[in-house]
Design a protein around this ligand. Structure first.
Ligand code: UDP
Length: 327
C-alpha cells in the first residue's frame, strides 16, 4: 500500500484541515475538487486535481495515477436550506456524485473509502444522546442524500468488498490551531461564524432562530465539534481501514450539547464583544436538541475529542472574522 490519499472536496472547510493532518502523519494528500465552493488557497499540502466527482473517467485516471491507500470523500453540496429549494442539485452531487466515485474506486481497484456523513441523517432523534443504531429518518433532502450515500456504501461493501467508514459529523466549527486555515463559506449560514460576524460588526446582528424551544434557555442545543478533531478522525479512519477494518458508521461529536445562547455568551466573554441579536421564528427542520453518543468512535477508532471545548473553538475561529480573542 502506498501513502497517497485522494481527498475529494479537499479545498473545502473540513477537507482542507484533513489534508493538512494527513500530510503531518506521513500520507500524501491529493485533493480532487471542482473549486465550486472550495478555495484553491486552501490546497497547500499536496497536489490539486481540478475535477468534478461526476466525471467518472477523470476520477479513474486520478485513482490509477496515484493508487491511493484510500479515498476520503468530502465533495458534496451542504446547505440544508438550499437542498429544500434545489433538491436536484443535491441528488446530482451527493447521490450521483458518490455513485460515480464508488464506481471509479471499483473500476480502478481502490478498495477503501471514508465518507462525510451527517447527523442530518437522523432527522428528529428519538433518543438522546444519538446512537448509531438509532433510526435514521432525515427531514430534508440534504439528509436524505447523505443517508442514500451511506446505504450505497454498505451495498458496495457487501457486493464488491469496497471497505468504508461513514463519519456522521455533528456541528463542525473552529479553525486550524496554527491559524493557517479557517471557515470561509459563501454564503455563511452557520451559527458560530455568523455570531462572530455580528460581534465584529460585519453583519448588523445575528438572527436567533427560535427562543421558545423546550430547552433550559429556550434556544436549540447542538453538539459543536472542532474541525481539527473531525479532521483527526479521518486520519484514524484511513489507518483503521489500512489496518484491515472493513465497514463502520460512527458519530463524530463530543457527547454534550451547547445552546445558541451559551455560544453567544462564550463569544462575549472571549472576545470582549457582545453579539447583537434579534429573536426570530424557528427555522424549519431544526431539531430542538441534538448531541452524539461518541462511544462507538472511541471504541473502534480510538477517537476522542481534544480541542472541542468552547474556548478553543471560539479562540481559533475568531481571528478569521477580524476579532482578537482576549488573552
Ligand atoms: N442558528 C441561529 N442563527 C443563525 C444560524 C444558526 O440561531 O444565523 C441556530 C440554528 O437554528 C441551530 C444552531 O444555531 O439551532 C446551529 O445551526 P447551524 O446552521 O450552524 O448548524 P445545523 O445544526 O443546522 O447543522
Amino acid at each position: 500500500i502506498g501513502n497517497a490519499v485522494i481527498v475529494t472536496g479537499g479545498a473545502g472547510f473540513i477537507g482542507s484541515h484533513t489534508a493538512k493532518l494527513l500530510a503531518g502523519r506521513g500520507f500524501q494528500p491529493v485533493v480532487y475538487d471542482n473549486l465550486s465552493t472550495g478555495h484553491r488557497a486552501a490546497v497547500r499540502w499536496g497536489d490539486l486535481i481540478e475535477g468534478d466527482i461526476l466525471d467518472t473517467p477523470k476520477l479513474i485516471d486520478a485513482l490509477e495515477e496515484y493508487r491511493p491507500v484510500a479515498v476520503v470523500h468530502f465533495a458534496a453540496s451542504a446547505y440544508v436550506g438550499e437542498s429544500v429549494k434545489e433538491p436536484g442539485k443535491y441528488y446530482r452531487n451527493n447521490v450521483e456524485g458518490t455513485l460515480s466515485l464508488l464506481d471509479a474506486c471499483r473500476m480502478a481497484g481502490i478498495p477503501r473509502v471514508i465518507f462525510s456523513s451527517s447527523c442530518a441523517t437522523y432527522g428528529i432523534p428519538d433518543h438522546l444522546p444519538v446512537r448509531e443504531q438509532d433510526a435514521q429518518c432525515p427531514i430534508n433532502p440534504y439528509g436524505r442524500t447523505k443517508l442514500i450515500a451511506e446505504q450505497m456504501l454498505a451495498d458496495y461493501w457487501a457486493a464488491y468488498d469496497l471497505r468504508y467508514v461513514s463519519l456522521r459529523y455533528f456541528n463542525a466549527c473552529g479553525a486550524d490551531l496554527d491559524g493557517e486555515l479557517g471557515e470561509t463559506h459563501d454564503p455563511e449560514t452557520h451559527l458560530i461564524p455568523r455570531a462572530l460576524m455580528a460581534a465584529a460588526g460585519t453583519i448588523h446582528s445575528l438572527e436567533i432562530y427560535g427562543g421558545d424551544y423546550d430547552t433550559p434557555d429556550g434556544t436549540c442545543i447542538r453538539d459543536y465539534i472542532h474541525v481539527v478533531d473531525l479532521a483527526r478522525a479521518h486520519v484514524l479512519a484511513v489507518e483503521w481501514l489500512a489496518g484491515g477494518g472493513s465497514n463502520l458508521s460512527v458519530n463524530l461529536g463530543t457527547g454534550h450539547g451547547t445552546s445558541v445562547r451559551e455560544i453567544l455568551r462564550a463569544i462575549g466573554r472571549l472576545t470582549g464583544r457582545a453579539v447583537p441579536f434579534v429573536m426570530r421564528d424557528r427555522r424549519e427542520g431544526d431539531p430542538p436538541v441534538l448531541y452524539a453518543d461518541p462511544a462507538l468512535a472511541a471504541k473502534t477508532l480510538g477517537f476522542e475529542t481534544a480541542c472541542s471545548d468552547l474556548d478553543t473553538i471560539i479562540r481559533t475561529a475568531a481571528p478569521f472574522f477580524g476579532l482578537e480573542p482576549r488573552t
